[in-house]
Write a protein that binds this ligand. Structure first.
Ligand SMILES: NC(=O)c1ccc[n+]([C@@H]2O[C@H](COP(=O)([O-])OP(=O)(O)OC[C@H]3O[C@@H](n4cnc5c(N)ncnc54)[C@H](O)[C@@H]3O)[C@@H](O)[C@H]2O)c1
Ligand SMILES: O=P(O)(O)OC[C@@H](O)[C@@H](O)[C@H](O)[C@H](O)CO
Length: 381
């Protein structure tokens, strides 16, 4: 049986990527540091993926097992030696931490086989696999790095499926939305996996996804949080002001995307409408505090808020609603979120303007910065 090593046995790992591989006839070895999940994967060897619909259709995911990367390093290396795919869905900030072990696995693998391995980071970040490759190369000597050529392929990807935080007392089962899209960039003839779409150029796909699904999601999460910290996304969308703000923001990202990639405006509008309907799914129970998580990452230069704003500005397009979205992200002060706590401490110590410079790469005299600050003061009240 073909093998996959997947880092991150969380919501997307179990509810999306692992599930697709299992359904395509692969054995999936999940690698995670959460003992409870790893033990259950090994004891049960299966779990359920349940769709967030009226009927709650359920699929059983089999041929799964788990390894703890902190305690079973040599087993992970062995698994990498025998895999066809190595995937991650662990969070972009964690990639540097798993890179040393992946490097060890690749070092052993290229000594023992010429079989091809496809590495795909399934994270909400532009060029996540390239970033992972860079971290891995830092841990390889020149000779081993050269041996990867023609044997190990690093493919960027875009993943789309809403999987909320699970409310099921530590069970392995995962509730997911029915919709999914997984686009992988490669020119190689890679083994087919049900649900994986191959493209030669990912840029329009990842930007369309990140600057529509994730920008829209962030607007609802941050404005929703300001209205009620315990809102879910669908509850926030019951507020007409938030609906209008999401639509206005997605018109701005839409104008940039159509300008940049020559998308058909009508088709893109249908894509936006479909996504707003996905957000309204009340079965998902998706908390604004999950969607707003890690605001420092989300305020990054290349992420869902700042990049479309800077790109729209460059193209002479409107970015005022994106500036408002950035301002609302700066107000995310959820105490259980490490990055939110850090962000608020930075704002208190240095002021918004300096934070925008350090976190988002926006200079003080940038017109975007000035708009963000004026919205920040209005929203702060
Ligand atoms: N949930 C979604 O709707 C969704 C959709 C598309 C993409 N994504 C992306 O997928 C990635 C994962 O998101 P998620 O929602 O599944 O998060 P999650 O928190 O449910 O899963 C992350 C998993 O990684 C594990 N982990 C963390 N640090 C680790 C380490 N050092 N070593 C090993 N395991 C470690 C955690 O224990 C957890 O099981 C993120 O990049 C996210 O942006 C999420
Ligand atoms: O995972 P994040 O923190 O980058 O973003 C939060 C949500 O917007 C995200 O998880 C979406 O649910 C997902 O990207 C849908 O495909």
């Amino acid at each position: 049986m073909n093998q996959v090593v997947h880092f991150g046995a969380g919501n997307i790992g179990r509810g999306f990527i692992g599930a697709l591989f299992s359904k395509s006839g692969y054995h999936v070895t999940f690698v995670d540091l959460a003992d409870d999940i790893i033990n259950q994967l090994n004891e049960k060897g299966q779990y359920q993926v349940k769709l967030a619909t009226d009927q709650q259709e359920t699929m059983t995911i089999t041929n799964v097992s788990g390894l703890n990367n902190m305690k079973q390093e040599s087993d992970v290396i062995e698994a990498i030696k025998h895999a066809t795919f190595l995937t991650t869905a662990i969070g972009p900030n964690i990639l540097p931490r798993i890179a040393p072990l992946i490097a060890k696995g690749l070092t052993e693998r290229v000594k023992s086989t010429d079989d091809k391995l496809y590495v795909i980071a399934c994270e909400n970040q532009i060029s996540a696999t390239d970033l992972l490759k860079g971290y891995v190369l830092e841990h390889l000597d020149q000779e081993t790095a050269e041996l990867l050529t023609g044997k190990v392929y690093f493919c960027n990807s875009a993943v789309d499926r809403i999987v909320p935080i699970q409310n099921n007392q530590g069970s392995l089962d995962v509730l997911v939305e029915p919709y999914y899209e997984w686009v992988v960039e490669t020119k190689e003839n890679i083994p087919s996996v049900d649900g994986m779409d191959i493209v030669a150029d990912l840029a329009p796909f990842i930007e369309r996804k990140l600057f529509t699904v994730n920008t829209g999601h962030a607007v609802i999460a941050y404005l929703g949080y300001l209205k009620n910290k315990s809102f879910t996304i669908d509850q926030a969308l019951a507020d007409e002001e938030i609906v209008q703000q999401v639509k206005a923001t997605l018109s701005e990202t839409g104008a940039y995307l159509t300008h940049q990639y020559g998308l058909d405006p009508e088709e893109h509008q249908q894509y936006i409408n479909k996504i707003i309907n996905r957000f309204k799914n009340s079965y998902l129970n998706d908390a604004v505090i999950r969607v707003g998580r890690s605001p420092l990452r989300k305020l990054g230069l290349n992420d869902r808020l700042v990049r479309p704003a800077t790109e729209a500005k460059k193209a002479g397009l409107s970015y005022t609603n994106l500036a408002k979205a950035i301002a609302s992200a700066l107000l995310f002060d959820y105490k259980e979120d490490e990055e939110a706590v850090k962000l608020q401490a930075m704002i208190k110590e240095k002021g918004v303007s300096q934070v925008l410079k350090e976190v988002s790469g926006l200079e003080e005299d940038n017109e975007i910065t000035q708009e963000v600050i004026s919205y920040y003061n209005v929203l702060k009240g």
